[in-house]
Write a protein of this length. Structure first.
Length: 285
């Protein structure tokens, strides 16, 4: 790994390929370096005690440029994170936390239709919460922890749940049309409503998602993307997968009784150990 610039300036190593002469000395023996002393001061203190303390009046971008010039990598990573956080604050996109959601939930009944439309909940821990009847339309739920949560009758249309963990969640009667669930974990989820209300997941993106062992009877997955998804040991009785992309999808051990697969892309899909026979009438338009 290359040494940082300052180390190479003042090293006692006489090897020419390693050493860089900063400049000539003045009468007091000091070197003149044509850089900003204002932005360098926080970096000098960082090298002294390991803490990067930035005066509020200073622009961190200026300090970052100095850190990059001198090759102070530790300070570079800290400043880059600081600048990203500042940009988020300016755009008012700081994500809500579990505490914020609980504040909204506590005074309400389970039948109240809370409005969380378009909110940012990236990475929030909402595991095992009762979130019934909440409107999450267009919400950003990337990487959320929703394990064991009750999302019955929630609206998740066009919500971003990519990379989220919904293992064991209750998804009865949810509205999830065109939602993004790419690479999400939906193992052992329950979608079936004993009252007969169907789950609408039309056009949803489930690419690389894991739905192993989920109860998905009567679910509408028309024209959904399930490429490379895992649907092993799922209950898909009477489900609608017409026009869906099931390329390289693993459906082994699943129950596909009366499942509508008309017009679906079944290229390299796996149908091993099926619980019920798959009839041609289920796949032909």
């Amino acid at each position: 790994m290359a040494q940082m610039l300052m180390a190479r300036m003042f090293t006692e190593n006489d090897q020419k390929e390693c050493r860089i002469l900063p400049s000539k000395k003045d009468r007091n023996g000091a070197y003149l370096i044509d850089r900003s002393p204002t932005y360098f001061e926080p970096l000098l203190n960082y090298l002294r005690h390991g803490q990067l303390i930035v005066d509020p009046v200073l622009n961190p971008i200026g300090i970052l440029e100095e850190a990059r010039f001198y090759g102070i990598e530790g300070a570079v990573s800290i400043l880059e994170e600081t600048i990203i956080d500042d940009e988020k604050k300016k755009r008012n996109i700081i994500s809500l936390s579990r505490k914020d959601v609980l504040k909204a939930l506590m005074p309400t009944t389970t039948k109240s239709e809370l409005r969380f439309q378009g909110v940012n909940l990236v990475g929030a821990d909402l595991s095992r919460l009762d979130l019934r009847n909440i409107n999450f339309k267009y919400a950003n739920l990337q990487g959320c922890n929703l394990t064991g949560a009750n999302l019955t009758c929630c609206c998740l249309e066009r919500a971003d749940l990519s990379g989220a963990n919904l293992e064991g969640a209750q998804l009865v009667s949810v509205k999830m049309a065109c939602a993004n669930l790419e690479a999400a974990n939906l193992q052992s989820c329950n979608f079936e409503d004993p009252g007969g209300r169907n789950v609408n997941m039309e056009g949803v993106n489930l690419k690389n998602a894991n739905l192993k062992g989920s109860n998905m009877a009567w679910v509408n997955l028309r024209v959904a993307t399930l490429k490379h998804a895992i649907l092993k040991d799922c209950d898909l009785r009477w489900a609608v997968l017409a026009g869906a992309n099931l390329e390289c999808c693993d459906l082994s051990g699943s129950d596909l009784y009366e499942t509508n697969l008309r017009g679906a892309n079944l290229k390299d899909a796996v149908f091993d150990q099926m619980l019920t026979p798959l009839h041609m009438s289920q796949t032909i338009r």
